[in-house]
Design a binder for this molecule. Structure first.
Ligand code: BDR
Ligand code: CA
Length: 310
């Protein structure tokens, strides 16, 4: 199995991504690192434990990481995800423990311990934990196999400001460190995630699983649809973060280009913009595989089939 660490700020779509990973035997989840993002850190780490318990995986190691971005004040998104970050269904408070080690120390220790090139980082939130680990322990950078990140946008531009996507906007300095790190990087931007929309039929398929997991995923996707459908006028809502895990399981569902992507950290107006050279108009070297297309039917078939295993 491929070893992964999930770095996340759950969030309903993060929750679905974590469940998809835990349901897939091709992936060995070494730990779940939490970061402040959609909601503050105290909520994201609690939510991550709730999700593990829902999946029947109380032995999973959950770590709390950075409680604020590297240089800016924290911006959260309760207006999308609700007060808890997992609004839509009430889950019991978790009883499994939170690890006492800081997520950044766990990242550093694990990357030093595991064979070089054997650990993939899956990032579903602001990049604060990963960038802090890279800044503190640059020796781990060449040991990372790959980073698969949900973040940024090109044609779909911003969902948080007119220019920026949430995960990059919250901590642009961290994103810059990661995008400049030289680690092989796959980016699932809004351009890809806005192609995998929840629909009535897809949500009903989750509910029809007839399990607590199916119930929760249906309730969560129902919940954040209300916001995104009004915002975009689309049929359903984009299920962003599970695209990262789906990419690892079935890369053939996605299509992108190796291009140069720079992060805007200077301008007030376009802070956190992923300046993606999609058309190759500069000679800046490629630093990311930037996904532009996703097979929605294939994605939902995979997701539903995997969730049925939990
Ligand atoms: C990203 O922002 C968060 O609200 C979601 O969980 C996802 O990671 C989408 O822009
Ligand atoms: Ca997220």
């Amino acid at each position: 199995a491929r070893k992964i660490i999930i770095d996340t700020d759950p969030g309903q779509d993060d929750a679905v991504a974590i469940l998809l990973a835990l349901a897939s035997e091709e992936l060995e989840v070494l730990g779940i690192c939490c970061v402040a993002g959609n909601v503050p850190l105290a909520r994201t780490e609690e939510n991550a434990r709730k999700i593990c318990e829902l999946a029947g995986r109380r032995e999973m190691r959950v770590f709390a990481g950075c409680d604020r971005p590297m240089q800016r004040a924290l911006v959260t998104a309760e207006y999308v995800h609700g007060k808890t970050g997992l609004d839509g269904i009430a889950l019991a408070p978790p009883t499994m423990p939170l690890e006492s080690q800081h997520a950044v120390d766990f990242l550093i220790e694990t990357l030093r311990k595991e064979p070089p090139g054997s650990v993939t980082l899956c990032t579903l939130g602001p990049l604060t934990n990963v960038a802090t680990a890279f800044a503190r322990a640059p020796d781990i950078i060449p040991r990372v196999a790959e980073i698969v990140a949900m973040g940024g946008a090109y044609f779909e531009v911003g969902n948080t400001t007119p220019a920026a996507e949430f995960n990059i906007y919250v901590d642009p300095q961290a994103a810059e460190i990661v995008f400049k790190s030289g680690v092989p990087l796959v980016v699932l931007p809004l351009d890809a995630t806005h192609q995998v929309l929840t629909t009535r039929t897809r949500i009903e398929a989750f509910r029809a699983l007839g399990t607590p997991v199916g119930q929760a995923v249906a309730a969560w996707t129902d919940f954040f649809e209300r916001f995104d459908m009004a915002k975009y006028g689309s049929e359903g809502a984009p299920l962003h973060d599970p695209c990262v895990i789906a990419y690892l399981l079935k890369p053939e569902l996605f299509e992108g280009r190796h291009i140069n992507v720079e992060i805007e950290t200077g301008s007030e107006l376009t802070l956190g913009m992923t300046v993606a050279d999609w058309w190759g108009v500069t000679d800046r070297p490629a630093n990311a595989y930037f996904v532009g297309k996703a097979d929605a039917a294939g994605f939902y078939a995979l997701l539903t089939e995997r969730l049925a295993r939990l």
